[in-house]
Design a protein around this ligand. Structure first.
Ligand SMILES: Nc1ncnc2c1ncn2[C@@H]1O[C@H](COP(=O)(O)OP(=O)(O)O)[C@@H](O)[C@H]1O
Ligand SMILES: [Mg+2]
Length: 500
């Protein structure tokens, strides 16, 4: 100890500064209290000591030095009144003759009988009492003096600050852990809704790549869940305790995006008033999600290739290269291969990004998931607002299933959130959805092929499955009808067919 901390008798100020530095660097409460006791005992050459903290109006022993459990029990009993006085009256106590001191309640114990000097100083943070430090020495030791007490008071002030900080730090860490598990819950797989074959395919690939560092490219239109999948990959993989950093790459000035991603050196351009760390450095050890990757300029493409090939980045205007370890997940709503063909995107980068591709299905390609998604979002909104869970009327659900959702799941989510507000009763009505009505047979935004199929099947149904009559009504040849039914994979499944 004394080789670490300057002896307080030699240079009390220096000793205090060193002590402050030493204890302030300890963020965890237990090692901190142990250290505080070590310093207290050694600096004033006390023989033994302990530290108590007040919790719910009572004091609890937290750390001890050179004392057995029995003697601590004995001493705390004997000295409980001086500890109380120290804490409650915020008053330091020093005694040279413990046995004769009326502040000690008097103890029969041998341990107590031998005490020559004892000191007790309160630990307080502002006006708030935190506890106390107790020190003593037995007969054969040098006695404490006023200087000892002065030092102990100054030391207790430092220690109290460090203790309060450690408490705060512990509290923050707990809060952080709680938030982290919350985040992990939100991005659990079962928060990604879909039972359709197309979503099952997505889940299957996700499961395979989840715990690897493999680079993933997510292709799909806006609102199909690309970012959701990227986060789920991160929070279910082994990088989950490191950062997930997302950067949108569309519509950003090249220089701005470049300095965001890679950082810059002070003075490398007007406005670069100090060195700046790039997002790749922040994401070190974690996952980097690059959204709208097709939008990045050739220069940034080249820098990104470097990250993928060598794990190296260079801040704008800097000569030094830095190593980063990031898993890259990128997303695009374009066909990136087409962009390569058209010379808009580097082929080598494309292959590096597209090691594994996950194609996100359009919502209207998985109509069957709409009831599930709807229930999921209605529950989520009810939970969020604390209001009663609303239901969808049958017509509303049918309308949702018929609508083609150009904005995909995002549009569906927004539509329901709005509908909850607009609806007056317990059920959400079709008008609350504010989506264009698509009556059966009416075109809506369907393709010609879809309308054709709908009309043909409707007539077939009306004609009780009689193909000959259906063909007549439609004014087409029977051959044409067979051909179409075959194409839709219906011919063999219908059993109520006519002889025709
Ligand atoms: N399969 C899904 N299950 C539940 N919510 C989804 C699903 N897909 C998308 N979402 C939700 O839809 C919104 C848009 O998803 P997002 O991942 O941002 O799409 P993208 O990145 O493809 O534009 C988000 O609120 C997301 O939580
Ligand atoms: Mg997105």
């Amino acid at each position: 100890m004394n080789n670490i901390i300057t002896s307080f008798s030699k240079n009390p100020f220096r000793a205090l500064t060193e002590i402050a530095q030493s204890i302030n660097s300890i963020k965890e409460i237990e090692p901190l209290l142990t250290k505080v006791m070590d310093i207290a005992v050694e600096t004033v050459a006390a023989e033994r000591g302990f530290l108590v903290l007040t919790e719910d109006g009572e004091f609890h022993l937290k750390a001890a030095r050179n004392m057995s459990r029995e003697s601590i029990a004995d001493i705390t009993e004997a000295s409980s009144s001086i500890i109380k006085t120290a804490i409650e009256q915020n008053e330091p106590i020093l005694t040279h003759d413990a046995q004769a001191d009326p502040r000690f309640s008097g103890s029969e114990s041998v341990i107590f009988q031998q005490i020559s000097s004892a000191a007790c100083v309160p630990l307080k943070y502002g006006d708030q009492p935190l506890g106390a430090i107790y020190l003593d020495s037995r007969l054969d030791r040098e006695m404490f003096n006023e200087e000892t007490l002065e030092f102990l008071l100054a030391f207790a002030d430092q220690a109290a600050i460090a203790i309060e900080n450690a408490h705060l730090f512990e509290h923050l860490r707990e809060e952080n852990l709680q938030l982290q598990s919350e985040v992990q819950r939100i991005y659990a797989f079962d928060e990604i809704i879909g039972k359709s074959a197309k979503m099952q395919e997505v889940f299957e690939i996700m499961t395979r790549v989840m715990s690897s560092n493999i680079t993933v490219l997510l292709e799909g239109e806006s609102g199909t869940g690309k970012e959701l999948v990227a986060r789920a990959l991160h929070y279910n993989g082994h990088r989950k305790n490191k950062p997930f950093v997302a950067q949108f790459c569309g519509n950003l000035a090249e220089s701005l995006l470049e300095s965001e991603l890679f950082g810059h050196k002070k003075g490398s351009f007007t406005g670069a008033i100090c060195d700046k760390k790039g997002l790749f450095e922040y994401a070190d050890g974690g996952t980097f999600f690059l959204d709208e990757i097709s939008e990045i300029s050739p220069q940034i493409q080249a820098k990104l290739l470097r990250v993928l090939q060598d794990g190296e980045i260079r801040r704008v205007g800097d000569t030094e290269t830095r190593r980063v370890d990031v898993r890259i997940v990128s997303a695009t709503n374009r066909n990136l291969r087409e962009e390569v063909k058209n010379g808009l995107f580097r082929e080598d980068l494309y292959y590096r990004l597209n090691v594994i591709q996950i194609k996100m299905p359009l919502l209207h390609e998985r109509h069957g998931d709409i009831p599930l998604l709807t229930r999921f979002f209605l529950k989520k909104f009810a939970h969020k607002s604390g209001e009663k869970l609303k239901k969808l009327s049958r017509e509303s659900l049918r309308a949702m299933e018929r609508y083609h959702w150009p904005g995909n799941v995002r549009e569906l989510e927004n539509c329901l959130e709005r509908a909850i507000v607009l609806s007056t009763g317990e059920e959400i009505q079709q008008e609350d959805l504010l989506i264009p009505k698509t009556e059966e047979g009416e075109s809506g935004r369907k393709t010609l092929k879809e309308i054709e199929k709908e009309v043909v099947l409707k007539i077939l149904e009306e004609e009780g499955g009689n193909k000959t009559r259906t063909a007549e009504v439609l004014g087409v040849s029977l051959r044409w009808l067979h051909y179409k039914l075959n194409e839709w994979n219906i011919a063999g499944k219908k059993n109520r067919t006519s002889a025709g």
